[in-house]
Design a protein around this ligand. Structure first.
Ligand SMILES: *Cc1c(COP(=O)(O)O)cnc(C)c1O
Length: 408
């Protein structure tokens, strides 16, 4: 135990600690690639594609160069381009919007749920029913932000009604489960497997992170999988014959080999992150921060559906990030940083307010919930190896901040 008043350094992430138990296996995997001379695609990429598809419960996996390129390849293979619109959230990492713009389409932003972080499907239904440009909306791109799925029951029902595609941005949610209803039955399906295509990122800070960039698209549609494989190889139909313009979007075998080792640990990381989240939740309540409305712990939308007897539902939130809403966010972030506690603001600027879309006529004030999230949220360290003492220290410092400011 740390003595009272002792100083502790708590990073937002500790990738070396994460790597330590499997470091030898990872070095061996990389050496295996070096010695194989198979440096583009090949058996290691195929093996990892099959592993991710099996883990997620999808038919096919297509390894690509990043999460961004996963979104891009899915959009391209679904034929979305100039003149089309994609309904999506204004509150996400830039790549969600960037991929849509990159294929020449336009995002149609739908605000997030009040108090939540994912797309508001009530508003989505309204826009699809009323919007003058409805005919142009060719796809929905929900984002499973911070590791908790968007309301996919509603998204899939709307997509079915209007005959439009669904591309899940599951970059932060590999392994997260969502309760999907059919009749009276609820089955827990993994992120990425509910829409036409699901996109993962293996950016090093994601729950399953490589030692560089990487990504994957999963799908049950063999024709779509085939098209995406062509897209990642310059639209090649046979060697040096190109039916369409794709790109070089291939997953590197070095990353595939490393990620294949790490995938075996992913469930244990989910368990550890969830335990850390439970502890933070409890510590915030015990410290009086929740009652004082200074800290709002992350919403757990599906926790009530996840029965204790039903182990299939435990990963209803995988806490890729643990994001709280707080009073005096910017001052608190500065205070924590000064005290060597890692924290981050995801995301300080909503997508419609980004400079690169300034000319596209998005109304600054149309997305009040996204705007509020951009002003109130703060991500705290949640990585699996964090440890209880560090969490207690983080909460003590947050208490100290509000006491010093006369709010607690
Ligand atoms: C990380 C991320 C991406 C992009 O992934 P990269 O691998 O960094 O290209 C896309 N969408 C969301 C929501 C992300 O968090």
């Amino acid at each position: 135990m740390k003595a009272q008043g002792e100083i502790m350094r708590v990073p937002l992430l500790d990738l070396q600690k994460n790597l330590a138990p499997m470091r030898d296996d990872i070095v061996a995997a990389v050496t295996g690639v070096i010695d194989s001379s198979r440096y583009i695609l090949g058996p290691r990429v195929e093996e990892f594609e099959q592993k991710v598809a099996a883990y997620s419960g999808a038919g096919f996996g297509v390894g690509v160069s990043s999460g961004t390129d996963a979104l891009l390849v899915a959009l391209m293979a679904l034929g979305i381009g100039p003149g089309d619109m994609v309904a999506t959230t204004p509150y996400s990492f830039f790549a969600t919007m960037g991929s849509i713009l990159r294929v020449g389409a336009r995002p149609c932003f739908i605000d997030i749920e009040p108090g939540g972080f994912n797309i508001d499907t009530v508003k989505l239904a309204e826009v699809l029913a009323d919007c003058a440009e409805r005919e142009r909306i060719k796809a929905i791109m929900p984002v499973h932000l911070y590791g908790q799925c968007a309301d996919m029951n509603a998204v899939m029902a709307l997509a079915g009604r209007y005959g439009i595609a669904v591309i899940e941005d599951a970059a932060q949610a590999i392994g997260a489960v969502c309760p999907v209803e059919s009749g009276d039955e609820v089955s827990w399906l993994r992120a990425g497997t509910m829409g036409d295509a699901g996109c993962f990122s293996f950016f090093p800070s994601k729950n399953l992170g490589g030692i560089g960039d990487g990504g994957m698209v999963v799908t049950d549609d063999d024709e779509l999988a085939r098209l995406m494989r062509q897209m990642r190889m310059h639209g090649e139909t046979s060697r040096y014959h190109h039916a369409f313009v794709g790109g070089n979007f291939r997953l590197d075998p070095v990353q595939a080999a490393v990620l294949s080792v790490k995938l075996d640990y992913l469930e244990s990381w989910h368990t550890a992150r969830r335990a850390n989240a439970d502890l933070y939740d409890r510590l915030f309540v015990e410290a009086g921060l929740v009652d004082a409305a200074l800290v709002v712990p992350p919403p757990r939308v599906y926790a009530h559906t996840a029965q204790k007897e039903d182990p299939a539902g435990v990963n209803n939130h995988i806490f890729n990030q643990y994001v709280i809403r707080v009073r005096n966010r910017d001052q608190l972030a500065r205070f924590l940083t000064e005290n060597e506690i890692g924290c981050a603001i995801y995301y300080p600027l909503t997508l419609p307010r980004q400079e690169c879309v300034a000319g596209l006529g998005y109304d600054d004030f149309s997305f009040p919930e996204a705007q509020r999230a951009a002003e109130e949220t703060l991500a705290l360290p949640i990585y699996p190896e964090l440890g209880n003492a560090a969490q207690q220290y983080v909460v003590e410092k947050i208490v100290a901040f509000y006491r010093d400011n006369g709010l607690l």
